[in-house]
Each structure stands twice: as C-alpha cells, then as structure tokens.
Design a protein around this ligand. Structure first.
Ligand code: KG4
Ligand code: ZN
Length: 358
C-alpha cells in the first residue's frame, strides 16, 4: 500500500510516498524558514502564502521521486490513499494542505485520511527502509508498549502507547513547548532562527553549570514547564551584564559577550533537558515501557540524545531529517489508519483543526 502524505502545519511544505508504513519511497520538503528568519519566528501569512506557491511542485516531486521515470498519471495510479495533516498548527497553513489533499483525493479518486500532526511525529520512527541516499534509519519498528517523548516547536508531551490508536497522554507542558523555549532563548541571545540548532551550537561551546537555573515544580510528575525557565534565562542574562530586570531583552544581544552567550545557552539547554529527563525517568519507572521513542524537531538535539541514552531503557530515534516536520511521518501514520480500518475522511468536508489535541 503506497500512501502519499501531505504536511503543511507550520513552515514546511512537505509530501512523501511511504510503502506499507515502513519503506520511504520519496520525501520532498520545501521550507519557508529563510523567509521567517529576519522576523525571528514564523509569520503565519508568509507561511501560508509560501505553501500555496510550492504545494503542487512538492507533491509532484514526491511522486516523481517515488516512481522515477513514470509519467505522472502512471505514478498516481500507484498511490492507494492520501493522508494529510489537518491539525494542530497554523490555520492558514493547514488550510492549504487540507484543500490540496481534498482536491487531489476527489480528482484522483483516492481515499483520504486525516492525520493529527503530533500523533504523526512518533510514526517517523516506524520507517525502517529507504532507497533514498543520506538517511540513517532505525533497524526495526518500535515494539509496544512504548513511551513516546514528542518534543517540537509547538508541542511537548509524553504519551504511553499500548498499541496503534491505543494510547494515553500522560504528561505535557504546562505552558510553552520546549522547541519554542529554544526559539525564544535564541532571540534573547541574538542567535538565528530556528533557535534549536543555533542554541545547541552555542551551548556546545559553553559551560552548562555557569548559570544555575531552576527546575519547575510540577503537580503531575510527567508534566514539564518551560515558561519560568525562559524568564530565569532572561534574568540570568541581565545579571551577567550587571543590569536589573528593567533592561530590555532586545538590547541583550549587543551587551552580552560571546562567552556569556555560550554559557547562557549551555545552562538553558542543560535545564531544558533536565526537565524532560526528570519526567521521562518517572514515566519509565511507572509504566515500564519496552522502549522510549523520541520524536519531533527537538529530538534532533544531540545533547538530549546523549542524556537519554543513559536511561536504563532502549531509546529509539530516527534520522534528524525525519525528526523535523515531513510528509513521510504523515504517510506512515496514514498507512496504519488505513490498515487498522480507521474511518477515512470526507474529501468534501474535511476542515483544518488548528487546536486539535491528541
Ligand atoms: O517538529 P518540528 O519541525 O515542528 C513542530 O511541529 O513544531 O520542530 C521544530 C522545533 C523548533 O522549535 C526548533 O527550534 C526545534 O524543533 N529544533 C531543535 C533542534 N533542531 C530543531 N531544538 C533543539 N535542538 C535542535 N538541534
Ligand atoms: Zn512537528
């Protein structure tokens, strides 16, 4: 079964073809990240406009990549179903993917599956084969029961999976997503957007113990919180240059030395990872999963991977290119929706659900 997955929830326009939920035949991604960089964050209108411009070329690229040499109509004949992210995400961005998928499902007469973006992230770890160059994929699919740590720019949660479509969200962030915290700290330090890669690069040159930062107290031991940490980073940065809380964060990048930026980045990253580790450890003790599946953009973080590798459990990651947003994870979950007889979506009525939860 070949599924075409379409993903447009944020600033990546992505489409991919995955066979039987496990073999990635193609993976096309066009990111508008460069257009947002000068604003220090995703501008929804720019993201939506960019999706409109590139969505069809990206879909065609996914088809051509999956079935090289086949004329487009013959490639379409090999597609069994379309899966599309319908939430959560930016309304305007989701709308472009959903309308494209609906139109294609009707025009090409394919079943349509509506996919939850956050639920799709761990399904990137079910992709174990590809003929595409440059991917380092896991050798086997995760076995149930597993615990998924889903950490991205929009979401941070711990989910206990007993089986496909049989899961429980046991912990989540009380406020900001961890990736969002990386992005905000990057802004404070004058590091480029997206903040995850730039903060982790700066952190690699700094001392994680330079600034003691607090770990938030949580009622639910599997929850985490990053908004207090973000404020603590701001105070630490102001203090480092001998200023008080009134010093504007906008002026910090010029006032901080390179060494101070590195130390703040390292201390922040240390605290953010500690919060995730603390919750993951507690959840592993309680739920005794077979493995920990780490998914979402922040799973690309090498320091996080190193720390998680010390846990007394098998920790599963996939290629960094499949941690950040992509169409392959959507296609992989789409396959399980189709093969587990989950209801297909109505291509005449499916609407985006920007606030969709797992
Ligand atoms: O999953 P994703 O591509 O999009 C969402 O669904 O949000 O995740 C993007 C997030 C951004 O906040 C980005 O800063 C973060 O993932 N990220 C990282 C790293 N690479 C990307 N965070 C920490 N370390 C990284 N190396
Ligand atoms: Zn995502």
């Amino acid at each position: 079964m070949n599924i075409l997955g379409i993903e447009t929830s944020c600033d990546e326009t992505a489409a991919a073809v995955v066979k039987d939920g496990s073999e990635m035949l193609s993976n096309a991604v066009s990111s508008s990240v460069d257009l947002h960089a000068e604003y220090g964050g995703v501008v929804p209108e720019i993201a939506a406009r960019s999706h409109i411009e590139v969505i069809l070329p990206v879909v065609h690229q996914a088809l051509a990549g999956a079935f090289p040499g086949l004329p487009r109509e013959k490639a379409w004949a090999k597609i069994d179903a379309i899966a599309v992210t319908y939430g959560p995400g930016l309304g305007g961005s989701l709308l472009i993917g959903v309308l494209t998928a609906r139109t294609l499902a009707i025009a090409k007469d394919k079943p349509l599956y509506a996919v939850n973006h956050v639920a799709a992230h761990p399904y990137a770890n079910f992709i174990t084969k590809t003929g595409l160059a440059g991917y380092k994929l896991p050798a086997k699919v995760p076995e149930f029961p597993f615990l998924a740590l889903i950490v991205s720019g929009g979401h941070s949660q711990l989910v206990f999976y007993r089986g496909h479509f049989d899961y429980e969200v046991i912990g989540r962030t009380a406020d900001d997503a961890v990736g969002e915290a990386f992005d905000k700290v990057a802004k404070m330090l004058g590091l480029p957007y997206p903040g995850g890669p730039s903060v982790s690069q700066a952190a690699a040159q700094g001392d994680p113990n330079a600034f003691p930062l607090p770990l938030a107290k949580m009622d639910n031991p599997y929850d985490f919180s990053f908004s207090g940490l973000k404020t603590a980073v701001l105070r630490a940065a102001q203090q480092a240059i001998g200023k008080d809380y009134a010093f504007p964060s906008k002026k910090l990048p010029q006032a901080l030395s390179e060494a101070q930026k590195h130390n703040i980045a390292a201390s922040f990253q240390r605290a953010a990872i500690d919060a995730l580790l603390r919750a993951a450890r507690k959840a592993i003790d309680k739920y005794q999963p077979a493995s920990l599946v780490v998914a979402g953009g922040v799973a690309a973080n090498q320091a996080l991977r190193q720390e998680l590798n010390n846990l007394p459990i098998e920790v599963l990651y996939t290629d960094i290119k499949l941690c950040t947003d992509n169409g392959a994870m959507v296609a992989a979950l789409g396959y399980y929706l189709a093969s587990h007889k989950q209801p297909a979506a109505d291509p005449y009525t499916l609407s985006p659900a920007p606030n969709l939860q797992m």
